[in-house]
Design a protein around this ligand. Structure first.
Ligand code: ADP
Length: 598
């Protein structure tokens, strides 16, 4: 039931908190989703970027290789083939091998137009042996020779047959062995030679021969070609700096089961995407080109993580803000509740003494009481009740001044013990009449600056609490102590005490510990709030030490605010014949015991 009431009381707060929580959660969720989506898109762009770069690399390589093949085969005049001019071809190949060191083997193929198979004849170019004195020379340079070999003739014929669509005017490519004895395939380029010169050629393309050569990927179309290609592409990538996943390149070759890297961007990660030439290209199928984002961190989702962390951080802060707001609001609500309780109790507090004062006043006024002792007794009661009323109203006024911030303290130099003793004396009259015992222990005079009236009020509050909550023991002890830098006023009782959880709250205005209701009934919850204010105004603090059932000790600590204080203490200590410690006190202990009146 009380839970339900609690819920009712806090329903707006709960609703507001819930709404903010849901909104924050929704925000974080939306942010997370959009960041994830952005991440996916960035990833797709990165992949597309890489794919495009790779495609460009591969087609550039293909174009270079085919163009170079065209260039090489065109260096052999077709006329020489058409006319079967062997010495001319010898010279042409000798020149070409010098110009194109990347060529491994040159061949010339002769056949009759339309009867390729039957009339197929291959001559391989053999480079000259410079050390052999019999080597023929041309214009002073050694001349290579042309050799007809059955083995390479047959291998080359099979390679040529493997070329499909031989009807085009183009450089043909094949990947096949160049010798029957060695089954390893090689890259072969064929260039067809037609019956008539290209200028005259109109419709009928009649092939009468081929110029062919083989090459190795490592050295074709130039010894350092792949390295240069990769460098060129890296240069292009550098221009597009800033785009995520700038590509790093790698070209490798498959050699049986092993793979060798022929060229690669320095420090590049292993390729993410791989591709070779199209099978239809019949161009170095063992070559493979690869790309990878040069900076793998750009490809991974580090910025996503950062964003999500930021979002979570913001949500965390919102949550902390909510908790703080919740606490502040709860506190405000509690204060409001306390104030309304205060109003209820204050009217009671005011009414009770007034009722008594009126009743006894009426009795005396009516003249029915003749006995002078009774009149005195009633007069005493009226005085006690008005004292209570005055103290209460003083507290209310004081607190309202404190709350409005208009309370000014006038700190004046004086003797603390004397002030304490004087206040206790004032309190003692009524307290002892009610059967309380008050012991005061004050050491040597302590000179310091304090606001006497404020301090008196604080002390009276502590004393009346001690009396109110002292239970059956009715014993109160007051002590003033000092050390190097501060003085402490201690008020101790042996009554009901204060439970630990309550101790934090009792100094708040309007707060009353739950058990005090049953014990003392009256009270407005102002006394300790004022004590704390006074202590703080003096630069000090108030604290409590208590065990339920064993009483409570309140300590008001006040810093000593006097330059010449040390001297005074010194003099006093010497007077006592003990100059060692300023804490050696002159005890002014008095004991007063009065019989309890019923
Ligand atoms: P009041 O005594 O008018 O209720 P105070 O501000 O003086 O207000 O005290 C606040 C609460 O602290 C009291 O309601 C009581 O529960 C507790 N308290 C104060 N002094 C004592 C004490 N000496 N022993 C036990 N409880 C105390």
């Amino acid at each position: 039931m009380s839970r339900w009431r609690n819920f009712q009381k806090h329903r707006y707060l709960i609703a507001a908190t819930g709404t903010i929580l849901v909104a924050t959660f929704a925000l974080v969720l939306t942010q997370y989703r959009s960041v994830r989506q952005a991440e996916r898109q960035a990833h797709a762009i990165l992949q597309a970027n890489l794919d495009l770069s790779l495609l460009a690399l591969v087609s550039e390589a293909k174009r270079d290789m085919v163009e170079r093949a065209d260039h090489i085969t065109h260096s052999i005049y077709q006329r020489l083939v058409r006319e079967r001019d062997l010495p001319g071809l010898q010279r042409a190949f000798t020149r070409a091998t010098r110009r194109f060191p990347e060529v491994r083997n040159f061949y010339v193929v002769f056949f009759e137009g339309g009867r390729e198979d039957e009339t197929w004849r291959v001559l391989r170019y053999i480079p000259p042996d410079a050390r052999d004195p019999r080597t023929p020379t041309y214009l002073g340079a050694p001349l290579g020779s042309l050799l007809e070999e059955a083995d390479s003739s047959e291998a080359l014929r099979r390679a040529w047959l493997s070329v499909r669509n031989r009807a085009e005017i183009a450089t043909y490519t094949a990947y096949a062995p160049i010798s029957l004895a060695d089954a390893r395939p090689r890259q072969i380029f064929f260039h067809p030679v037609y019956e008539s010169a290209s200028m005259e050629r109109q419709s009928d393309l009649n092939r009468v021969g081929l110029v062919a050569f083989s090459a190795e990927a490592e050295a074709y179309p130039a010894p350092d070609y792949l390295r240069t290609l990769v460098n060129r592409f890296e240069g292009l990538a550098a221009e597009s700096s800033g785009s995520p996943g700038k590509p790093a390149y790698q070209v490798s070759i498959r050699d049986g089961a092993a793979t060798r890297v022929l060229a690669a961007t320095a420090g590049a990660p292993p390729p993410l995407r791989l591709r070779g030439f199209e099978p239809a290209d019949r161009l170095f199928p063992n070559l493979s080109f690869g790309v990878a984002p040069r900076d793998p961190a750009a490809a991974d989702a580090s910025y996503t993580r950062l964003n999500i962390l930021l979002g979570l951080g913001a949500a965390g802060f919102t949550l902390i803000g909510l908790i703080l707001t919740w606490r502040a609001t709860r506190r405000e609500m509690r204060v409001a509740q306390l104030k309304s309780d205060f109003l209820a109790s204050i009217s009671h507090e005011l009414k009770t003494p007034l009722t008594a004062i009126r009743a006894f006043g009426d009795l005396i006024y009516s003249g029915r009481i003749r006995d002078s002792a009774r009149v005195r007794e009633y007069g005493g009661l009226i005085k006690a009740e008005s004292d209570r009323l005055t103290a209460l109203i003083n507290n209310i006024l004081e607190l309202s001044r404190l709350e409005r911030g208009v309370r000014r303290y006038r700190l004046e130099e004086g003797f603390l013990c004397e002030a304490v003793e004087a206040t206790v004396e004032v309190f003692r009259h009524s307290a002892e009449a009610d059967g309380y015992t008050i012991e005061v222990e004050a050491p040597s005079p302590i000179r310091t600056r304090f606001d006497e009236s404020a301090l008196r009020q604080a002390l009276l509050n502590l004393l009346s609490n001690a009396a109110k909550y002292s239970g059956a023991s009715q014993r109160i002890e007051v002590a003033v102590k000092r050390d190097e830098s501060e003085a402490t006023i201690e008020v101790r009782d042996f009554g009901i005490g204060i439970p630990k959880p309550e101790q934090r709250h009792i100094f708040a205005a309007f707060h009353r510990a739950s058990q005090s209701e049953a014990q003392a009934g009256s009270g407005a919850g102002l006394g300790l709030a004022i004590v704390r204010e006074v202590a703080r105004a003096h630069g000090g603090e108030v604290s409590v030490e208590s065990e339920p059932g064993a009483g409570a000790t309140f300590r008001v600590r006040l810093p000593l605010l006097l330059a010449g204080e040390e001297q005074v203490t010194q003099t006093v200590s010497e007077e006592n014949g003990n100059g060692k410690h300023p804490g050696d006190r002159r005890r002014t202990q008095r004991r007063h015991r009065f019989a309890r009146q019923s």
